[in-house]
Design a protein around this ligand. Structure first.
Ligand SMILES: NC(=O)c1ccc[n+]([C@@H]2O[C@H](COP(=O)([O-])OP(=O)(O)OC[C@H]3O[C@@H](n4cnc5c(N)ncnc54)[C@H](OP(=O)(O)O)[C@@H]3O)[C@@H](O)[C@H]2O)c1
Length: 316
C-alpha cells in the first residue's frame, strides 16, 4: 500500500539558499513561492509587477526574458544558487504554426540558463511538459524517446535536449495538466475555468477522447523542492498518477464542488478542428518520482478535495 499524503505536509525544503524563479506570477511559480523553505531568498522574475499578488512577501524583478543581456545582468547581480525556470509560452494553441516566434523563449532561453548554471555552479530546474510525448505509447518512462505531435511539444523536446547538452547536472521536470488556484490576474487552468462556468450556470463541452493524469500544482512544486534537495538530475515525469479522460475529470470537478453536472456536454477532439492536436492518451511511469524521491502525489480526486478546502479557507 502506498503511503497516505496529507494536505499541508511540506516534506522537502531547501534552507538558506538563493533561488531565482522565472514565471513567478504563473500557476507553478506561485505555488513554488508559497511552499518555499524557511530562510530561502527568492528572486521572482515577472513580466509585469502589476499582476504580482500571492500575498507572500518576496523580491521580484520585472523583466522580458527574451532580452538575454538583461537576463544575464540580473543573474550576475543575484548570483543564484538554484534557478527554477518555469516561464514559457505554455498556451499550446498559441504556439501552433508559430514555432519560430517562440523558439527564443521556449528553447534558447532554457539553454542559456542551463549553461549559466553550469558555469556558475548553480542548480537548475527546467520545466518541460508531457507534450514531448505524443500519446502513442501505453506508458512513458522518464527516459522514453520524444514523439511530440504539436509545435509546443516540438519546442519543449528541443529545449530538453539543449538544456541537457549544456549541463548534464540539469533537472528537467515534466508536469502534465496542472490545476490549482491561480493568482487573481493569472491564467485560468481547465479546472478553475470549468468551476467558473458551472457556477455561472453555463454549459461546458469537454472531450472524452483525451486521457491524462491531472496534477495538482502544489504537488509539482513540492516534487521540485524534493528533487533539488537530493540534487537529482536528468528527466523527471510528474503526474497525479491516475489516468482519466478530460470528461471524467470535469465530472469529478462538478461532484467535488457540488455543481450541476448536467451542464457538462460530452465532445470529441474533432469538435475543435482549429485547436492544435493533443496526445490522445498520456500515462506516466512515475518510477523516479516514487522510487528515487519517495514522493507520492495526490490523486486527482484528493487534489480536487484539497482545492475546495483551500478555497473555503481563503474565503474565511
Ligand atoms: N500548466 C500546465 O498544465 C503545464 C503542463 C505541462 C507543462 N507545463 C509547463 O510548466 C511551466 C509552468 O507552467 P504554468 O502553468 O505555471 O505557466 P503559466 O501560468 O503560463 O506561467 C508562465 C509564466 O511565464 C511568464 N512569461 C512568459 N513569457 C515571458 C517573458 N517573455 N518574460 C517574462 N515572463 C514571461 C508569464 O508571464 P505573464 O503572466 O506576464 O504572461 C507567466 O507568468 C511552463 O514551462 C509550462 O510550459 C505546464
Amino acid at each position: 500500500m502506498e503511503p497516505q499524503r496529507h494536505d499541508t505536509i511540506h516534506q522537502c525544503s531547501l534552507t538558506s539558499v538563493r533561488i531565482l524563479i522565472t514565471g513567478a506570477n504563473g500557476l507553478l511559480g506561485q505555488h513554488l513561492i508559497q511552499s518555499r523553505g524557511q530562510g530561502t531568498e527568492i528572486l521572482g522574475i515577472v513580466r509585469s509587477k502589476d499582476s504580482t499578488g500571492s500575498g507572500v512577501e518576496y523580491e521580484t524583478r520585472e523583466l522580458d526574458l527574451t532580452q538575454f543581456s538583461k537576463v544575464v545582468r540580473v543573474l550576475d547581480a543575484f548570483a543564484p544558487e538554484a534557478i527554477i525556470h518555469t516561464a514559457a509560452e505554455g498556451r499550446v494553441d498559441a504556439v501552433q504554426k508559430r514555432i519560430d516566434e517562440f523558439r527564443k523563449l521556449n528553447v534558447e532561453l532554457p539553454a542559456l540558463l542551463s549553461k549559466y548554471a553550469k558555469d556558475s555552479g548553480a542548480q537548475i530546474v527546467h520545466l518541460s511538459s508531457n507534450a514531448v510525448f505524443g500519446g502513442r505509447t501505453e506508458s512513458y518512462s522518464d527516459y522514453s524517446q520524444f514523439d511530440p505531435i504539436n509545435d509546443y511539444g516540438i519546442l519543449k523536446a528541443e529545449a530538453e535536449k539543449s538544456v541537457m547538452e549544456q549541463n548534464a547536472s540539469a533537472l528537467v521536470v515534466r508536469p502534465i495538466l496542472m490545476y490549482g488556484w491561480p493568482q487573481p490576474s493569472g491564467r485560468q487552468n481547465p479546472v478553475t475555468s470549468w468551476i467558473s462556468n458551472l457556477r455561472e450556470v453555463k454549459k461546458i463541452r469537454v472531450v472524452d477522447d483525451v486521457w491524462t493524469e491531472p496534477l495538482a500544482a502544489w504537488d509539482c512544486a513540492e516534487a521540485i523542492w524534493c528533487a533539488l534537495d537530493t540534487e537529482m538530475s536528468g528527466p523527471l515525469n510528474v503526474s497525479g498518477g491516475v489516468k482519466m479522460s478530460l470528461l471524467e475529470f470535469a465530472h469529478a470537478v462538478a461532484s467535488v464542488f457540488e455543481l450541476d453536472s448536467s451542464l457538462i456536454e460530452s465532445g470529441s477532439s474533432g469538435d475543435f478542428p482549429t485547436l492544435a492536436p493533443r496526445p490522445g492518451s498520456t500515462s506516466f511511469d512515475l518510477k523516479r518520482l516514487k522510487k528515487e524521491l519517495d514522493f507520492h502525489p495526490l490523486s486527482p480526486l484528493e487534489g480536487l478535495e484539497k482545492l475546495r478546502r483551500d478555497e473555503s479557507a481563503i474565503a474565511r
